[in-house]
Design a protein around this ligand. Structure first.
Ligand code: UD2
Ligand code: MN
Length: 529
């Protein structure tokens, strides 16, 4: 009896071993079936699977039983490849001299004449990592509301954003596109836009009742969104091949993940499409809270550089987030005005509240980086020219090198390209210093004086007040508290220097043009006059 039992047990054991280990019959075969080739930890590492070696099957099974598929729209990709014409394949548009005039840039800070010459459905080069072609994503993905805030956006740049989304996204993943108008006053953005968008049933237009700035405008869009996910884009973007599934896939796997596409550059002159310098980099910021991109340290680089990687802070404009998670995070701080800083708020919150943030190399979206800020910033930081009453000339930093005395030049008109090229536009920052350029692109050089008789020079901004702290007084003098002296100038050599204050001297009187009193009041909030 005992021996018989033993034999029986041996036989059962052998049969079980065969079932488990024999190729093509046993559990092992079943297991292999469910694993994309490359084995466990290979393709599945990082949560992404590669479809390249998957024995010619359209779908494979992920080890947790979820179905995946190839989301590429092969037909659309083939059609795009055949397109020829202005700007097609993301090629630079050959500009004529007449197309490079100031006027072309004034309204948008990029060349709208060129934009108007390029098809709204233009093709883009597929500059993704080659591995992206083989990636499979979950067959069941959440859908998304795409939210696009805009303030006085150009017609063709706005429409191309919408067309590129509709052309390059699986329709079932787009719950809606919500265009949120932040109190624009351009005619083409009113009835004409509504009539145009009426052809797309899932495009909605919302409008703010007063100028809110991009943060509250995005929040208005998010508050009406119906999609599972919300995807924010700027109003001058172009979505590239298969941009959406790689984003949604990461959120489907972990709803607390915020994902950002790689942001490519659409040139503000000729509209050529290319990667940013260095392509995949990490988001960061400097001591002045200016956004920076820095290389990914080697120890954090992924073996497959097309895999998602963690991002400390986002650039700001382009990202997707689970709708409910966005509100669980508290959305944005509704007190943020007009532009900037919101990317830090949302980035810090997601990391501190148990979520994560990733950049997704297989998702690429182009963005037009402006040459200068075209719109008015009604409150907050201010932009202005600084004109001297005595000489009628303006502070000008065109010829100013770091350390050399600041000079006066003939004032250029307006805040368009000419003023920009001469850098006669200055920002009065919350650090109470004065710096050339607009708040987004400021040169980070500040007005600096070392004594009551020294020249005023441009010096690296340190944000520590001291020699870079200025006050604008009611008598129109620019007072330098550290040296208890005032900014003065001479018409003969056009230099700007410090001098003993003499408020009745017209060369010590300065006018801030194109600014408003609220801003100066803020700038002077601690001033004891
Ligand atoms: C970057 C971001 C931008 C935003 C900004 C502030 C990218 C590519 N862009 O600057 O999305 O995060 O930093 O931190 O990451 N707009 C309004 N109302 C306004 C001003 C702007 O609705 O009062 C819209 C505008 O039409 C655009 C978006 O907000 O769609 C962003 O403005 P931008 O394009 O001037 O900012 P950008 O790209 O220089
Ligand atoms: Mn933008």
């Amino acid at each position: 009896m005992r021996r018989k039992q033993k034999r029986l047990l041996q036989a059962v054991g052998l049969a079980l071993a065969a079932l488990v280990f024999l190729p093509n019959v046993g559990l092992w075969a079943l297991y292999r079936e469910r694993q994309p080739e490359g084995g466990p930890g290979g393709a599945a590492a990082g949560g992404e699977a590669q479809g390249s070696h998957v024995r010619k099957r359209k779908e494979v099974y992920f080890d947790d039983g979820q179905r995946k598929k190839d989301w590429h729209d092969k037909e659309a990709i083939r059609r795009d490849l055949e397109c020829t014409g202005n700007g097609e394949q993301g090629k630079p548009y050959p500009m004529t001299d007449a197309e490079q005039v100031d006027q072309a840039y004034r309204e948008n800070g990029f060349n709208i004449f060129v934009s108007d010459k390029i098809s709204l459905n233009r093709s883009l080069p597929d500059i993704r990592h080659p591995n992206c072609n083989n990636k499979l994503y979950l067959e069941k993905l959440p859908n998304t509301s795409v939210i696009i805030p805009f303030h006085n956006e150009g017609w063709s740049s706005l429409l191309r954003t919408v067309h590129s989304i509709l052309n390059r996204s699986p329709p079932e993943l787009i719950a809606e596109i919500v265009l949120v108008d932040d109190f624009s006053d351009r005619e083409h953005l009113k009835k004409r836009l509504e009539d145009y968008m009426a052809q797309f049933p899932n495009v909605r237009i919302l409008r703010t009742k007063k100028r809110e700035g991009l943060i509250r405008t995005r929040m208005l869009g998010a508050s009406v969104a119906i999609g599972d996910v919300i995807t924010f884009l700027d109003s001058h973007c172009e979505a590239n091949v298969n941009w959406l599934p790689p984003l949604l896939d990461r959120i489907a796997r972990n709803r607390k993940t915020i994902v950002c596409p790689m942001i490519d550059v659409i040139d503000h002159d000729h509209f050529g499409y290319e990667t940013q310098a260095g392509d995949a980099m990490r988001g960061a910021f400097d001591w002045e809270m200016y956004y920076k991109r820095i290389p990914i340290p080697p120890e954090l680089q992924k073996p497959d550089s097309s895999d998602p990687f963690e991002s400390p802070v986002m650039a700001g404009g382009l990202f997707a987030v689970d709708r409910k998670w966005f509100w669980e995070l508290g959305g944005y701080d509704a007190g943020l005005e007009i532009w900037g800083g919101e990317q830090y708020e949302i980035s810090f919150k997601v990391w501190m509240c148990g979520g994560r943030m990733e950049d997704i190399p297989c998702s690429r979206v182009g963005h037009i980086y402006r040459k200068y800020v075209p719109y008015k910033v009604p409150t907050g930081v201010s932009l202005a020219r600084i004109r001297n009453i005595g000489t009628g000339l303006c502070a000008d930093t065109k010829h100013g090198t770091l350390g050399s005395p600041l000079r006066l030049e003939t004032c250029v008109k307006g805040r368009g390209e000419a003023a920009w090229n001469n850098i006669q536009v200055f920002t009065f920052s919350w650090r109470e210093d004065i710096r050339p350029g607009d708040p987004q692109h400021t040169k980070k050089f500040c007005f600096d004086a070392i004594s009551h008789s020294s020249p005023v020079t441009l010096y690296d901004c340190h944000g520590m007040k001291g020699n870079q702290l200025w006050r604008y007084r009611k008598d129109k003098t620019l007072y330098h508290p550290v040296s208890s002296s005032c900014m003065d100038c001479s018409e003969s050599d056009r230099k700007i220097f410090m001098n003993t204050c003499n408020p009745s001297s017209p060369t010590q009187q300065w006018i801030f043009e194109h600014t408003n009193s609220t801003v100066l009041e803020k700038f002077n909030r601690n001033l004891d006059l």
